[in-house]
Ligand binder design. Structure first.
Ligand SMILES: *[C@@H]1O[C@H](CO)[C@@H](O)[C@H](O)[C@H]1NC(C)=O
Ligand SMILES: *[C@@H]1O[C@H](CO)[C@@H](O)[C@H](O)[C@H]1NC(C)=O
Ligand SMILES: *[C@@H]1O[C@H](CO)[C@@H](O)[C@H](O)[C@H]1NC(C)=O
Ligand SMILES: *[C@@H]1O[C@H](CO)[C@@H](O)[C@H](O)[C@H]1NC(C)=O
Ligand SMILES: *[C@@H]1O[C@H](CO)[C@@H](O)[C@H](O)[C@H]1NC(C)=O
Ligand SMILES: *[C@@H]1O[C@H](CO)[C@@H](O)[C@H](O)[C@H]1NC(C)=O
Ligand SMILES: *[C@@H]1O[C@H](CO)[C@@H](O)[C@H](O)[C@H]1NC(C)=O
Length: 926
């Protein structure tokens, strides 16, 4: 009886299977041996099943000394990328469960880099798993009331190493001991479940505890776990049965042991994982000592700083109405610090000291509501339940979005982009899509969708709609013209009919409706401001180039804000100047103007991949850099114009500003702002160092600037732009030593929607992404690789390639740095010219740099993640600089204190974590 259906799903592109687990075990138990291959029953009688239908992730075998349990011989690990990897388990709604995940690293990747990643429970961030020892099992446990028929546990956001999981255990509760009035908004996350007076170090669990809770022994030695034990603390135990009947009370075995304070008190200190915060805390007492009827045992709980809590007196026999019976006072809503010091002290009229059998402390974990669009997308994926793309489990946006979805960064995210191009969709366009009111882009092209185009007025923010290459019928709804943000509408190659509504023709809109035999332009259509690609495609290629150029469609709020700040014009303005040709969009310099400015190309200031650069000064005094392109860079005039048109539309504070161009006398010339302080390369190794290099903080700021420029190319431009040749000589510094990226945009645009652009390998030795080199498949992660090399150069002051610096058989900074960093020797690579720096910030950058130069693009972080890390490093470095400069003792002492302060049980201070009600001081007994 009681077979439990378990559904395994995963993020990547395969199909999840419905799986029936076990009959030979407790009803409502699921025990997954991640990475395992067989079913088995372990020595305590739990039935384990493998997670071998997970098609994402990989299996590793590990071997850890003294760990013989089969479920810890294997694990499953996942790529360190932006996706989430989810397990889905079926549950019974309105039932309480315990779910436990465990993690035993065992150096499975032979990397000795301790992984750090997040786990989430549905859309709720559950915990950050930080491995700090290869042989210690990390564990997380939640108690929850199921509200849906399925739950998801997802791994994501690896900041070091690769996310992995050893076991996933689900235990169904029977009664209601964990019932509480907050359970619709909060989960209970386990911090401590302790069996006092335990007879061995082995925890008590199944089958002694029928719900397989794990009661840790109080004799286990681990850091800051039950220390400060008062003298006179003694263990006692009994073989007498203890009445623990009903609900999920602690098992008899736990209640049969206890500690007593012979000297009148029991004192302990322990670290509460997850706190400070508000929690659920219960103590479990049973009188198990035989004593003379003239003796009494009465005591109080004492928490330093909280006299209110000490008022209640415990008299176990009286409270439990007899010996060997359970009494369980507790608090449903109590603020606790991270370092909990607690004491039980006998009352003055009591002859015996206090007694304690067990305690349990959980923290309230606020549930996330998930994306506002979650239910709509769930309806879509369940309608396509057999399609690969519909298998990604969990919330569409949290903690990481599905691969075909993009979301806003709001507290409760909205879906902003749906990309289901070429996914074999058939039937009509899912109606749910027309209710996504945050939707900006919808890509449903190249499918077999039929039926008519629905009314999209429920998506007022739509900017681009791709419906081309389907089998849509009916007319082109005039309501599309009411979408005020709509700028691109692709409906070509369908079976649409009727007239193109004049409202659409008159809208400032890129509209392609070719290949619809029955669809035609009305007689009164159109004026000249708009762009229509009708059945004649003869229109200037330049126009198309213009439309695909950057800036037109900044993604997300940030970049559009930046767009406005940078050039003072709202992006809309650029959109309406679409009719301009490239030549009109970019400033044209005459050759004689340029010859005057450069005094006939007198001062050469550099030469790069595309040509030689000269210094110049315009008549108005503005200093410029003039790049004469080598002849073979741009054969055709048209190609040159396309590039220029693109360049003139890329504006960002961290990109060298393009001022104009010139094409005369067979010369193709680009004019840029002049950057006073030359290239980063010169500052790191060149003549500009003058023996005094730039300090670490400055280097971090330069890295941040450059990364922001790259981020803009990758994410602020549609289609995104891959630089392809990032290196220290392409990072230029202005008067104030702020960095800008140069030489961008001279390469092919990344093709939007495709994951890579195949093109002839271009780049610079030492910075070249090995994956790109081998496969010739270019992605934005190729830039991330090059940027990782730059980070290593900033750290080490070494050039990317060197014949001498890196020792025998090593010419490459990546190999050299990897070897040192992974063996923990960061000092071995730090630039000797750097003196004052914070080693933490160095480590942050070193670890991120290694992530950037991972052999496979999919394992590298996005440039945006790199920026976050650099910013963290800057914060650390600034803090440390403050300490070095200022009253260093004061500050460093302060920072040590702040963690100790938690020990003083400052209940007021944790108010902002959660404020459920004011009845904190009222103990509750069940
Ligand atoms: C494991 O057990 C389940 C249910 O008892 C069964 O369906 C499945 O085939 C078993 N798998 C293996 C690999 O033995
Ligand atoms: C793990 O060990 C099993 C049995 O020893 C073996 O069949 C399997 O190939 C190993 N898997 C890996 C990934 O090493
Ligand atoms: C393994 O167990 C043995 C015997 O109990 C002990 O001596 C040894 O220190 C343990 N090793 C580890 C790594 O815990
Ligand atoms: C990813 O992890 C880092 C470090 O633990 C954290 O700062 C960041 O907020 C996390 N990102 C997300 C999206 O949860
Ligand atoms: C669950 O509750 C039922 C009915 O109250 C009871 O028969 C059963 O023994 C309980 N199971 C456990 C494990 O306590
Ligand atoms: C419009 O669509 C047709 C058919 O796909 C295509 O050949 C043409 O290039 C498109 N026009 C523009 C300007 O994109
Ligand atoms: C950067 O350029 C400015 C102006 O030319 C100059 O004053 C300053 O010394 C330069 N900084 C460095 C570090 O070279």
């Amino acid at each position: 009886m009681g077979s439990v259906g378990v559904l395994f799903l995963f993020v990547s592109l395969y199909v999840g299977l419905l799986m029936d687990v076990s009959t030979a075990q407790m009803p409502g138990f699921v025990s997954l041996d991640c990475g395992g291959t067989d079913n088995f029953t372990d020595e305590i009688g739990l039935f384990w099943s493998p997670d071998n239908y997970m098609l994402s992730g990989e299996i590793a075998n590990i071997s850890v000394a003294n760990e013989t349990r089969k479920q810890y011989k294997t694990l499953r690990f996942f790529p360190a990328d932006n996706n989430k990897y989810c397990y889905t388990l079926n549950v019974v709604s309105r039932t309480r469960y315990l779910i436990r995940t465990t993690f035993l690293y065992g150096n499975f990747d032979n990397n000795h880099v301790y992984p750090k990643f997040d786990i989430s429970f549905g859309p709720t961030h559950w915990a950050t798993i930080v491995i700090s020892d290869a042989n210690t099992i990390e564990s997380q446990e939640l108690i929850f009331l199921a509200t849906d028929p399925a739950i998801n546990v997802c791994l994501s956001n690896a900041t070091t190493g690769q996310p992995f999981i050893s076991t996933l255990e689900l235990r169904q509760f029977n009664g209601s001991i964990y019932f509480n009035q907050y359970e619709n908004q909060f989960f209970l996350s386990l911090s401590a479940r302790i069996n006092f007076g335990a007879e061995s170090d082995t925890p008590v669990r199944y089958p002694d505890d029928p719900f397989d809770r794990i009661w840790q022994s109080d004799s286990v030695k681990k850091a800051n776990y039950l220390v400060d034990v008062a003298p006179g603390t003694e263990k006692i135990s009994t073989r007498m049965p203890i009445d623990v009947s009903g609900d999920e009370r602690p098992p008899q075995k736990v209640m049969q042991t206890a500690v007593v304070g012979r000297n009148g008190s029991l004192t302990y200190r322990l670290n509460l994982d997850g706190f400070p915060g508000t929690g659920w805390a219960f103590t479990y007492f049973a009188e198990i000592e035989d004593f003379d009827p003239s003796d009494t045992r009465k005591f109080r709980l004492v928490l330093p700083g909280d006299p209110e809590l000490s008022k209640a007196v415990v008299n176990i026999q009286e409270n439990a109405q007899g010996k060997y019976r359970l009494y369980e006072p507790g608090y449903y809503n109590i603020s606790l610090p991270f370092v909990l010091s607690f004491r039980f002290a006998k009352t003055s009229d009591s002859t015996l000291g206090p007694l304690l059998n067990a305690m349990e402390i959980n923290k309230y974990l606020k549930k996330s509501d998930g994306s506002a669009d979650g239910p709509l997308l769930a309806a879509v994926t369940s309608a396509y339940s057999s399609a690969e793309w519909a298998q990604e489990a969990g919330d569409p946006c949290l903690p990481a979005p599905w691969s075909w979805v993009q979301c806003s960064s709001d507290q409760q995210p909205r879906v902003t982009s749906i990309k289901l191009s070429g996914k074999n969709l058939s039937g009509s366009i899912p109606a749910q899509f027309t209710n996504l009111d945050g939707l900006v882009e919808l890509w449903l092209d190249n499918n077999s969708l039929s039926g008519s185009i629905p009314d999209f007025s429920g998506c007022p923010n739509l900017k681009r709609i791709h419906l081309e290459n389907n089998q849509l019928t009916g007319d082109l709804p005039a309501s599309l013209a009411d979408l005020s943000s709509l700028r691109e509408l692709y409906v070509q190659n369908n079976m649409l009919s009727g007239e193109v509504p004049s409202a659409l023709l008159n809208k400032n809109l890129f509209l392609n409706y070719t290949g619809n035999a029955g669809l035609h332009k009305g007689s009164n259509g159109g004026n000249h401001k708009k762009i229509i690609i009708g059945s004649s495609v003869g229109a200037a290629v330049l126009l198309i180039a213009t439309i695909t150029a950057c800036i037109l469609m900044p993604k997300g709020n940030n970049s559009s804000k930046q767009g406005k700040l940078q050039h003072g014009l709202p992006t809309q303005k650029l959109a309406s100047s679409l009719g301009d040709t490239a030549a009109e969009a970019a400033h044209y310099f005459t050759l004689s103007e340029i010859e005057d400015a450069t005094k006939n190309f007198e001062r050469k200031i550099g030469s790069g991949g595309f040509g030689v650069v000269y210094y110049g000064r315009l008549k108005d005094g503005k200093e410029i850099a003039v790049k004469i392109l080598t002849n073979d860079s741009f054969q055709g005039k048209r190609e040159f114009s396309n590039e220029v048109s693109l360049l003139s539309r890329i504006h960002h504070r961290n990109l060298v500003q393009f001022l104009g161009y010139c094409q005369e006398d067979g010369k193709s010339i680009l004019v840029y702002e002049f950057m006073h302080n030359g290239t980063l390369k010169e500052h790191l190794y060149g003549p500009l160092t003058h023996g005094r290099g730039i300090n670490w903080l400055k280097r971090l700021e330069i890295a941040e600037d450059a990364a922001k420029g790259i981020e803009y190319l990758h994410t602020g431009c549609v289609p995104s732009i891959i630089h392809r040749d990032l290196k220290t000589s392409n990072i230029l510094l202005d008067k104030n030593m702020r960095a800008k990226v140069s030489d961008f945009g001279l390469s092919k645009l990344a093709v939007d929607g495709a994951s890579h652009v195949s093109s002839i390998v271009r780049g610079t030795v030492g910075y070249l992404d090995p994956e790109y080199y081998i496969s010739q498949q270019l992605t934005d992660k190729s830039d991330v690789y090059s940027f990782g090399v730059i980070l290593l150069e900033l750290l080490s002051g070494q050039e990317a390639i060197s014949n001498e610096s890196f020792g025998i058989n090593c010419r490459n900074i990546v190999q050299w740095a990897k070897m040192h960093i992974e063996s923990g020797d960061i000092q071995g690579i730090i630039d000797p010219s750097l003196h004052d720096y914070d080693i933490q910030s160095m480590w942050k950058i070193a670890e991120k740099a290694l992530m950037c130069v991972q052999p496979h693009g999919s394992m590298r972080p996005s440039i945006s993640e790199v920026i976050k890390e650099i910013q963290d490093a800057i914060t650390i470095e600034k803090g440390a600089e403050g300490v070095r400069e200022g009253s260093s003792d004061e500050i460093s002492r302060h920072s040590v204190h702040s963690s100790l302060n938690l020990g003083s049980l400052d209940l007021g201070a944790s108010e902002h974590y959660l404020s459920i009600d004011d009845s904190i001081a009222r103990p509750t007994a069940r």
